[in-house]
Design a protein around this ligand. Structure first.
Ligand code: GRF
Length: 206
């Protein structure tokens, strides 16, 4: 991997519990990922994960999307906050807002998301219910690059989970979440490596 004086400045976006965010922060602190969490941002003041992040001494920001007339004006304030913290890379971790192309285009190649299905199967919501109802033998989770289409970007890595007889969406979600916590730090490390390779290539060409 190319040498770089400073770790990549990472923002993690959440909307609720934040258990994936926690695993990413811990992976950065353990040195498993060459990134430094510099901001945890939520679209909800009541996201439980914000409290944990602030207890770790991480900068947090809550920007309530309901205070805005449209998605883009919300995103403009989000963008301003990211610039204030000199963010270079974004990991969406249970962030429940659809982002417009205005936002995704400027972060393309620098923003990833975790989704609780084996993409390209089941983009969108209710993934576990849909997998059970379809009679699938397995479910899982994917980390992918974020593009304009929801859950459509190239998959970086996945983890698979067998669907058991009698599984409900809740029991399956619980087992998939355990895998998400293994998958996301590993996929973030890969994505950051890819980002640094591209940065080094750009510098070599300049
Ligand atoms: C995870 O299952 C994630 O895949 C989905 O929302 C859930 C968020 O959980 N998009 P947490 O906030 O990371 O605990």
């Amino acid at each position: 991997m190319p040498e770089r004086e400073e770790p990549v400045r990472l923002a993690i976006f959440i909307s609720g519990r934040g258990s994936n965010m926690k695993t990413l922060v811990e992976a950065c602190l353990d040195g498993d990922v060459v990134a430094k969490p510099v901001l945890v941002l939520s679209n909800s003041y009541s996201a439980a994960g914000l409290e944990w992040a602030s207890e770790q001494g991480l900068p947090i920001a809550a920007i309530d999307h309901r205070a805005y007339d449209d998605r883009e004006s919300f995103e403009k304030d989000v963008q301003q906050t990211l610039e204030l913290h000199n963010v270079e890379f974004i990991a969406l971790a249970g962030f429940m807002r659809v982002l417009t192309s205005w936002f995704t285009e400027q972060w393309e190649g620098r923003m990833i998301n975790i989704h609780p299905s084996l993409l390209p199967k089941y983009p969108g919501l209710h993934t576990h219910k849909r997998a059970i109802e379809a009679g699938d033998a397995e479910a899982g989770c994917s980390v992918h690059w974020v593009t304009e289409g929801v859950d459509e970007g190239a998959v970086i890595d996945q983890e698979r989970v067998a669907i058991q007889e009698g599984d409900t969406p809740d029991t399956l979600a619980e087992r998939v979440l355990e895998r998400e916590h293994i998958l996301y730090p590993r996929a973030l490390a890969k994505a950051i490596e890819d980002f640094l390779d591209r940065e080094a290539e750009d510098e070599a060409e300049a």
